[in-house]
Write a protein that binds this ligand. Structure first.
Ligand code: NAG
Ligand code: NAG
Ligand code: NAG
Length: 128
C-alpha cells in the first residue's frame, strides 16, 4: 500500500515536472527584460502600513518579453534570503504597482522587481 502510494506520488511529480518543462520551453527567441526601478529610490522613507506605488521604467521594452508577469519583493540587504512578497502576477509593462508596506523596518531595505530576473532598487528606509 505504502509502495503504491509512493509510486503514484512519483508519477504525479514526474508528469508535473515534464509538463512544466514543456510549457517553459521557448518556441521563439525571446528577450530578457529587466526594467530599472524608479521608485523607491535612495533616501525614500516609507512607514509600515502605508500604500505606495513602486514604479519602473517601461519606456524601452523589447518586442518579445520572456516573462511578462511581474513580481515585487521586499529585501533586507543583510537577510536577502527572507524576501517578502508584496505583489505578484501583474503585467510587467504597467510601470507601477501599488503595494502596502509590511511590518518590517530597517535602513537597508530594497525592492526587487522580477520579470525575467531580479532588478534591485537602491537601499531605502522603512520606519514604524
Ligand atoms: C498610485 O498610482 C495611481 C495612478 O497614478 C493613483 O491613482 C494612486 O492613488 C497611487 N497610489 C498611491 C498610494 O499614491
Ligand atoms: C517576436 O515574436 C514574433 C512572433 O510572436 C516573431 O515573428 C518576431 O520575429 C519576434 N521578434 C523578435 C525581435 O524577437
Ligand atoms: C534586517 O533584517 C534582520 C532580520 O529581520 C534584522 O535583524 C536587521 O536589523 C535588519 N537590518 C536593518 C538594517 O534593519
Amino acid at each position: 500500500m505504502y509502495f503504491t502510494n509512493l509510486l503514484t506520488i512519483s508519477y504525479v511529480a514526474i508528469v508535473a515536472l515534464v509538463s512544466s518543462l514543456a510549457s517553459a520551453a521557448p518556441i521563439l527567441p525571446r528577450d530578457v527584460y529587466v526594467p530599472p526601478i524608479l521608485y523607491p529610490k535612495a533616501g525614500t522613507v516609507w512607514h509600515v502600513g502605508q500604500r505606495h506605488n513602486v514604479t519602473w521604467d517601461v519606456s524601452n521594452p523589447p518586442v518579445n518579453i520572456t516573462n511578462s508577469r511581474g513580481a515585487i519583493y521586499l529585501r533586507n540587504t543583510t537577510h536577502f534570503f527572507q524576501d517578502i512578497p508584496l505583489a505578484t502576477g501583474f503585467d510587467i509593462l504597467l510601470g507601477r504597482f501599488e503595494v502596502t508596506v509590511p511590518d518590517v523596518t530597517g535602513t537597508d531595505i530594497r525592492v526587487v522587481l522580477f520579470g525575467d530576473s531580479g532588478n534591485w532598487s537602491p537601499e531605502f528606509t522603512i520606519k514604524p
